[in-house]
Design a protein around this ligand. Sequence first.
Ligand code: KG4
Ligand code: ZN
Length: 331
Amino acid sequence: MLLALESSCDETAAAVLAPPSTLLASEVASQVAEHRPYGGVVPELASRNHLLSLRPVIECALSAAGCGLDRMDAFAATSGPGLSSSLLMGNTAAKALALACGRPFIAVNHMEGHLLSPFMEGDLRPHVALVVSGGHTLLVHVRGFGDYRKLGGTRDDAAGEAFDKVGKMLGLPYPGGPEVEQAALGGDPRRFDFPRGMLDSGDFSFSFSGLKTSVLYTLQKLGEPDAATLADLCASFQLAVVEVLVAKAIGAARSCGERTVALSGGVACNASLREGLAVRCAEGGLELLAVAPEHSTDNAAMIARAAAERFARGQFSALAEDVDPNLALTP
Ligand code: KG4
Ligand code: ZN
């Protein structure tokens, strides 16, 4: 049995998993309400809240799983990428538990957690992964566990970051992603012809900063938007993001000769993205594995899933190993 902790940003999470993939508990304490007044994550506030939430979240997970610390075979935690003061909280807690219980510690890359999250219930198989979160936009060719080749990433803003910034511009609460999606309902996605950054670049890189600026200029020209215009702005922005993500993911699968596309990360909650990718995959005879919505935003179940792969291979980490805010997925 594994206990995994996640604290890379503003969610404090604990999960218990019986390897290889039986999830017994997954608890998440979100700090969204604490950060909302500031319009974004305040690192100092995040780490203090992790400290307060870790113990109750761990206790909830153990009680939901119906087992005590003595049943754990290893303790895992996210070691990067993320905010260092946040990472340190979950990481130190997992190391302390490992030391106290005389069990190994397993450091997990947060992005590897997202990458494996569409495979919570089954075996990992070769695929092309589209990972879209608040900090990353990545296309990766996954040939097996630990065998990752980065095909492309964003040159500037991550997809989730673009949603959050556009949400802020439009006066919507933090985090902007779900708010923009909600505000886009009933809007006309063709009213504003926003740029599809790098759509025809011929590679798998992304750029969302031009799109963000275009929304800003449009807004400046329009003045304060009424409800219908707000919906059209959100729907048009969302379509511009989705079209690029979908086109590049399909192109990547073709170029790698893979029949499976996996979608993960917080932006994978977005119904337009899920539907857009599902339609194009079906047209192209590709299989789509989209992460379950409850495992798309930050959670510890995905960290436990990645830890289980390491556990099976005896890949343990030293207690002296530091966290790394810039930890990369691929060399
Ligand atoms: O994976 P995640 O929880 O954290 C990171 O690792 O970054 O992703 C959070 C991101 C935020 O930018 C949030 O706005 C975005 O995911 N997000 C969404 C939606 N739900 C969350 N973006 C678009 N539509 C959504 N429904
Ligand atoms: Zn994440």
